[in-house]
Design a protein around this ligand. Structure first.
Ligand SMILES: NC(=O)C1=CN([C@@H]2O[C@H](COP(=O)(O)OP(=O)(O)OC[C@H]3O[C@@H](n4cnc5c(N)ncnc54)[C@H](OP(=O)(O)O)[C@@H]3O)[C@@H](O)[C@H]2O)C=CC1
Ligand SMILES: CC(=O)[C@@H](O)[C@H](O)COP(=O)(O)O
Ligand SMILES: [Mn+2]
Length: 405
């Protein structure tokens, strides 16, 4: 990773996914930066009202409405004259690679974040990476491309920012292992029987973090930690058996690095994403931050417990997919995105999310060293197959119920 930021007085920031949870926190960081950062381009997909409001407030040079059809149907008459509207995936790629852009905050959710992130990496930018799916789907390609282009990929994900910060205190070559902390989600204490009946509203009620719906459900299944394990492997060039997970319900210690001498360095702060977002933008400097601060004079305790792989089997998929590599990440990610959406729509049960992912991983035509185009083909294939499998299972369940009446 390069270790210097630009010497310009204000850095131009592109926020891919500006209307989401990370996007809004990024705008908060920019607002508090007293001119150190300028919003250069903001992108959105469905929430075009919010994008227009942000354009009026921040007057960026560009906005991108990535859903072409929605962009055509929207009334842009209030758009400030100094802001240019771009649309579609091409628009995302254009702003991510723009010669005047310094920092690209990659905060689109899911596989949809890949094109913009890859464009930024190819253009040798500083990428503040929240979109962990880029590394889950194509970690081998993204890291190789960054080495070639000189792009910096700096973690925004709280656990990976914590590891990054712990490594600022010690040498990467002296690491024995990293320990990712997991809140355990809203169902940490639920029995397998209870998990059969949980609703989308319950899954969306995260105990410590306020995030978008997809990652919130991932936290509840603990698929988020599986994805983060793969993310950690690529970001820090780790062997899979160097990555552990521990449940820490308070989400104050964001992760831990254990060095070869047994010393552990942990990073702690309240659960507030503005701190890791800002650090990815200001590194190697640290500056005043609008994030909440810990008050150690208030009594609180920090608990740790081992994860339960039986009740949260999605966690096991992280190690399996990180070890097998190749096409597995793309297939796992696509199956999970479809299954989470189906669960949110009330079409499948919470426990079926893992079943869909397991089935697709078992069925897919594995390749060990795929190119990006092949990964995107497999992403499309896995989405279609997931829907077919879900529909088939639902039909069978209905027939079974009918024959029992
Ligand atoms: N939220 C958090 O605290 C954390 C999030 N992350 C990661 O950051 C990423 C964003 O998460 P979060 O902010 O919670 O998600 P949100 O759902 O809150 O926001 C997602 C953003 O992506 C945009 N988007 C959605 N679909 C598309 C698409 N098809 N094409 C282009 N843009 C799209 C949305 O636009 P619109 O709203 O206009 O539809 C929105 O701006 C995820 O990868 C997540 O795993 C990582 C760590 C913590
Ligand atoms: C804020 C952040 O980084 C999330 O990825 C968070 O870690 C999710 O919480 P879980 O620990 O419950 O997955
Ligand atoms: Mn995280």
């Amino acid at each position: 990773m390069r270790s210097s930021s630009s010497s310009k007085s204000s850095q131009n920031v592109v926020v891919l996914g500006a209307t989401g949870s990370i996007g809004c926190s990024t705008l908060d960081v920019i607002r508090a930066s007293k001119g150190a950062f300028t919003p250069f381009a903001l992108t959105a997909h469905g929430r075009l009202d919010d994008l227009l409001k942000a354009a009026i407030k921040y007057q960026p040079k560009y906005i991108v409405a990535s859903d072409d059809a929605a962009a055509q149907a929207f009334d842009w008459s209030q758009l400030p004259p100094e802001t240019t509207l771009l649309t579609g995936t091409a628009g995302l790629q254009e702003v991510a690679a723009h010669s005047e852009a310094d920092i690209i905050v990659s905060a689109i959710v899911g596989r949809a974040g890949l094109e913009g992130t890859f464009a930024a990496i190819a253009a040798g930018k500083r990428v503040a990476l929240a979109n962990k799916e880029t590394l889950v789907v194509a970690g081998h390609l993204a890291t190789k491309l960054a080495q070639e282009s000189g792009a910096e990929i700096l973690p925004v994900d709280s656990e990976h920012s914590a590891i990054f910060q712990a490594l600022m205190a010690g040498s990467e070559t002296d690491v024995r292992k990293v320990i990712l902390t997991a809140s355990g989600g809203p169902f940490r204490k639920f029995t397998q029987q209870q998990l059969l009946k949980v609703t989308a509203d319950e899954a969306l009620d995260h105990p410590t973090w306020k995030m978008g719906p997809k990652i919130t459900v991932d936290s509840a299944t603990m698929m988020n930690k599986a994805l983060e394990l793969i993310e950690a492997k690529w970001l820090f060039n780790l062997k899979v058996d160097q990555i552990d997970v521990v449940v820490h319900p308070q989400s104050i210690i964001h992760s831990i690095v254990e060095f070869v001498d047994g010393s552990m360095v942990a990073q702690m702060s309240p659960p507030d994403m503005r701190m890791p977002i800002q650090l990815a933008m200001t590194y190697p400097e640290r500056t005043e931050c609008p994030a909440r601060k810990l008050d150690l004079t208030t009594a609180f305790s920090l608990e740790f417990e081992p994860p339960d792989y039986e009740r949260f089997p999605a966690l096991k998929l992280g190690k399996e997919v990180a070890e097998r590599g190749g096409t597995c990440g793309a297939v796992l990610n696509a199956a999970n995105e479809v299954a989470v959406q189906q669960f949110l729509e009330g079409k499948i049960r919470f426990v079926d999310i893992y079943r869909v992912c397991r089935h697709l991983l078992d069925e897919h035509p594995f390749e060990s060293n795929p190119e990006l185009t092949r990964l995107l083909e497999l992403d499309a294939w896995a989405r279609e197959e997931s829907i077919k499998w879900i529909t088939c299972c639902l039909r069978q369940a209905k027939d079974q119920a009918c024959s029992n009446t």
